[in-house]
Design a protein around this ligand. Structure first.
Ligand code: PMP
Length: 336
């Protein structure tokens, strides 16, 4: 066991997250399934990486100057990352998010010192959508930059330059497959591109929740959504700039029930408290592992992303009334 490295400044606490072999998923798939513990970032999600790369890129381009403001439309985790990175570098942060997001995310953003602007949930085609609202706010604010995580490819660059090389190194260059779901698409595209640069035979799979359009796009060339999902932070209806050119070899579609079952098992059997996108990612990794085994790959190793902490969802995923209202199975220990 190596001792954690001393980091010369707190921003270097972003990334270099541990990778854990997941026992239950590995048994279910008949191969090795690994989870990248992105909840171990300072903001407790995978989005800290994108936040840091976006801010550094804006500084390099000269768009963000000392005392400036970062504006973003976000389901929450990117906002948390931007607020922390902003604090560390002396920038103000203004976050626009749909009012349907979890209470914990809103409380967290306020607690971190971000200015929070809540807007009603609206389709992307509506000018009131949180992404468009954030762009307008950035344009109207002096000294402000719009982080634009969906179409700013500094987002996926974070994963090309950090997450992918970390996975490659942690697995000693022996990795057969990678999968995760897409929100902006930065993680799947960036890790996919980064890993393919090491070895183009690594299979990259998109794991899509219901209610998103990417499964049909990669399977049939048609952006078409079916069903719905309560998972926050994932589920995309268009090809964002980050998704353009993503090396997707295959795709799976995972239900909330299946994702939730892995959330339950990972908590009860392996002591990990995760959000639903992580459960959906793990279900996708099991599906990919089984596919690689069926294709005859020798003892394949598949990695996925444990995207954020379950502590962020105490009033939803881990709350009996909320689960019942959504017609989702209630964890046994929440029943009495
Ligand atoms: N899981 C969670 C919990 C998230 O907040 C996000 C980011 N929206 C994702 C997964 C997806 O990551 P990406 O934006 O890189 O596709």
């Amino acid at each position: 066991m190596t001792a954690p490295l001393l980091r010369p400044n707190t921003l270097e606490l972003i990334g270099n997250t541990p990778l854990a072999l997941l026992k239950g998923p590995s048994e279910a798939a008949g191969c090795e399934i690994y989870g990248k513990c992105e909840y171990a970032n300072p903001g407790a999600s995978v989005k800290d990486r994108a936040a840091l790369w976006i801010v550094r890129d804006a500084e390099r381009r000269g768009d963000l100057k000392p005392g400036g403001t970062i504006v973003e439309g976000t389901a929450g985790n990117t906002g948390i990352g931007l607020a922390l990175v902003g604090n560390a570098l002396g920038y103000k942060t203004v976050i626009v998010m749909p009012e349907t997001q979890s209470r914990e995310k809103m409380d967290t953003l306020r607690a971190l010192g971000a200015e929070l602007v809540l807007v009603p949930a609206a389709p992307y085609s509506n000018p009131g959508h949180f992404v468009h609202t954030s762009r307008r706010l950035a344009e109207e604010t002096a000294g402000a930059v719009w982080a634009n995580q969906f179409d700013n490819t500094a987002n996926r660059k974070a994963h090309i330059e950090s997450t992918a090389p970390e996975l490659w190194e942690q697995l000693d260059g022996r990795i057969d497959g990678f999968t995760c779901a897409a929100g902006t698409g930065g993680t799947i595209a960036g890790v996919g591109m980064g890993l393919k640069a090491f070895d183009e035979n690594i299979t990259i799979a998109l794991t899509d929740p219901f209610g998103a359009a990417l499964y049909n796009y990669y399977a049939h060339g048609e952006l078409k959504a079916e069903g719905s999902s309560v998972a926050e932070g994932i589920g995309q209806g268009r090809i964002t700039a980050n998704l353009e050119g993503a090396p997707i070899d295959t795709q799976f579609r995972i239900s909330d029930e299946e994702g939730l079952e892995w959330v339950r098992r990972l908590l009860k059997e392996e002591g990990l408290c995760l959000g639903l996108s992580s459960g959906i990612n793990v279900a996708g990794a099991v599906a990919l592992g089984r596919q690689l085994v069926a294709e005859g790959r020798e003892k394949p190793r598949v990695a996925t992303i444990l995207a954020d902490t379950g502590f962020r969802y105490l009033s939803s995923l881990y709350n009996r009334e909320w689960l019942e209202a959504k017609n989702l199975p209630v964890f046994d220990w929440l029943k009495d």
